[in-house]
Design a protein around this ligand. Structure first.
Ligand code: NAD
Ligand code: UDP
Length: 321
């Protein structure tokens, strides 16, 4: 179809989710036309309601496990629940979203000639035996556990991306995202940052799983979106996979103490059983992102927590419960 405007037409799947809503906002602010596709499985209209009056923003309720016919220049494929509670709620649908969703979006990219970006994950490394994790590491993933619907779904999606690249010359970009947090995380999605902040704000016990010695590295959402845009706009040969995350590593106990320090109050840390297959450590090696994208995160955990706590203090719980 003939293109009249010079604006790029960009499809964001999962655009009503935590990361997707920030990405839609950034694309609009730099002058792109954005089509946000979401089935509201784990995202909410509240995340994008402020974008609806913008004539360059379009919202389509659609499940990407079914084909989609739109004319676009670029596709950011973010659709997939990311929190263990959400993705384990309907594990078959989670794998379908990753695998059938990838096939449908890659088919769309092939037909339209669009460049396509995959939001992959550090979970492809599973419970890693290499620390920190470099892109060359193939991972240590349980194929039949309760996290497998997500981990193996995302691994298969990467396979599909690289096969569409080799077999059909589709222009691909694959990033592996490490734990990211910030405003618009769902308050009840069970991810550790939102959980700890909610518990501290409500004066409840802070639920540390296991002994709290497992580690994660937390990236603030604005830094991550910078990385997304740099990767999408990087030279064509730069296909990834590339790690995006903040290399500052914390134990979960340290995170709990840090949240308490910022929120104040009287909450106590309580130990709860560690969920099955919970990775013991996770830290990105971002050498490749530094060298190829000139990207590294700028927001410290303290600054990011302040922003995120401010958001959770202000939202109306009834809208998000
Ligand atoms: P999220 O759950 O907030 O957003 C995912 C969005 O996808 C939601 O709006 C949901 O409704 C939508 N969705 C789910 N299944 C769909 C389907 N079949 N069709 C259409 N829409 C569908 O999660 P998020 O944190 O914003 O994560 C976005 C992407 O980034 C995911 O692909 C996730 O795997 C990846 N990722 C996120 C993190 C993180 O720390 N936030 C880490 C690694 C990878
Ligand atoms: N976690 C915790 N208490 C909670 C929620 C999570 O101790 O209330 C732990 C969880 O066991 C894991 C880490 O925090 O070790 C990160 O969990 P999250 O679900 O945010 O992400 P993922 O495990 O996918 O990295």
């Amino acid at each position: 179809m003939a293109k009249i405007s010079n604006r790029k037409r960009i499809l964001v799947t999962g655009g009503a989710g935590f990361l997707g809503s920030h990405l839609c906002e950034r694309l609009l602010s730099r002058g792109d036309d954005v089509i946000c596709v979401d089935n509201f499985y784990s995202g909410t209209k509240d995340n994008i309601v402020h974008l609806l009056p913008n004539p360059h923003f379009e919202l389509i309720r659609h499940d990407i496990t079914f084909p989609l016919f739109v004319e676009v220049d670029e596709i950011f494929n973010l659709a997939c629940p990311a929190s263990p509670i959400h993705y384990q709620h309907d594990p078959v649908q989670t794998t379908k979203t990753s695998v059938h969703g990838a096939i449908n979006m890659l088919g769309l990219a092939k037909r339209t000639g669009a460049k396509i970006f995959q939001a992959s994950t550090s979970e492809v490394y599973g419970d890693p035996e290499m620390h920190p994790q470099r892109e060359e590491y193939w991972g240590n993933v349980n194929p039949i556990g309760i996290r497998s619907c997500y981990d193996e779904g995302k691994r298969c999606a990467e396979t599909l991306f690289f096969d569409y690249y080799r077999q059909h010359q589709v222009d691909i970009k694959v990033v592996r995202i490490f734990n990211t947090y910030g405003p618009r995380m769902h308050p009840n999605d069970g991810r550790v940052v939102s959980n700890f902040i909610m518990q501290a704000l409500q004066g409840e016990d802070i639920t540390v799983f296991g002994d709290g010695s497992q580690t994660r590295s937390f990236c603030y959402v604005d830094d991550l979106v910078d990385g997304f845009l740099l990767m999408m706009d990087s030279p064509q040969h730069n296909i990834g996979p590339i790690n995006l995350g903040n290399p500052s590593e914390f134990t979960i106990k340290q995170l709990a103490e840090n949240v308490l320090k910022h929120v104040g109050g009287s909450s106590q840390l309580v130990l709860k059983p560690l969920p099955m297959d919970d990775p013991k450590q996770r830290q990105p090696d971002i050498t490749k992102a530094k060298e190829e994208l000139n990207w590294s995160p700028k927001v410290s955990l303290d600054e990011g927590l302040e922003q995120t706590i401010g958001y959770f203090r202000n939202i109306s719980w009834s809208n998000n419960a």
